[in-house]
Design a protein. Structure first.
Length: 178
């Protein structure tokens, strides 16, 4: 087992559990609010976020946390490792009952993406990424690499590096929110 295998397994399990939360709400009646103009949020987003946070930080309590559905904290900037999540990527599709939404999870360590999971609970399709290794997707012959998930975390890392350079703070090596 490599040093990040446990992190990948925890992230995969958390994504599946959060996906079950999403499926409980999918196609049913629920209240939709707006975080900002044209930026909806549902109870499914919030409950999925809580499942992810309790599962991941329960396993790795000293890690930082950055989520689309959690208030950001400067504390995460002090952490070597930060979990970056979107508990319901594709909220508009979810609301419209279009089955193209997913749970996204990434672990960034010292500014480098190490682990990534993208899980669509409808077709139970997962893309798994572990730095330096490819993983076959689960339950889907069409998804055979984790490139999309890893690219997403790399893009975040590149954006954070540009932000650090622009701010004159090259020591902050975690992904910053935009």
């Amino acid at each position: 087992m490599s040093t990040m295998d446990r992190e990948l397994e925890v992230a995969r399990g958390a994504a599946k559990a959060a996906g079950q939360v999403l499926l409980r709400y999918y196609g049913s009646a629920y209240r939709v609010t707006e975080k900002s103009a044209d930026n909806p949020v549902t109870i499914a987003d919030l409950e999925s976020n809580e499942v992810l946070k309790s599962t991941i930080l329960g396993a790795f309590p000293s890690d930082g946390w950055l989520s689309e559905e959690t208030a950001d904290s400067d504390e995460r900037l002090k952490q070597k490792r930060v979990w970056i999540v979107d508990p319901l990527d594709g909220t508009k599709e979810f609301i419209g009952e279009i089955p193209e939404f997913c749970v996204c999870i990434a672990l960034v360590e010292d500014g480098t993406p190490r682990v990534a999971v993208e899980y669509n609970p409808g077709p139970r399709r997962a893309l798994l990424g572990l730095e330096g290794r490819r993983h076959d997707a689960e339950r889907s012959a069409r998804c055979t690499s984790a490139r999309r998930a890893i690219f997403a975390t790399r893009a975040c890392s590149r954006a954070a590096a540009k932000k650090r350079a622009a701010s004159g703070n090259p020591t902050n090596r975690t992904c910053a929110s935009s």
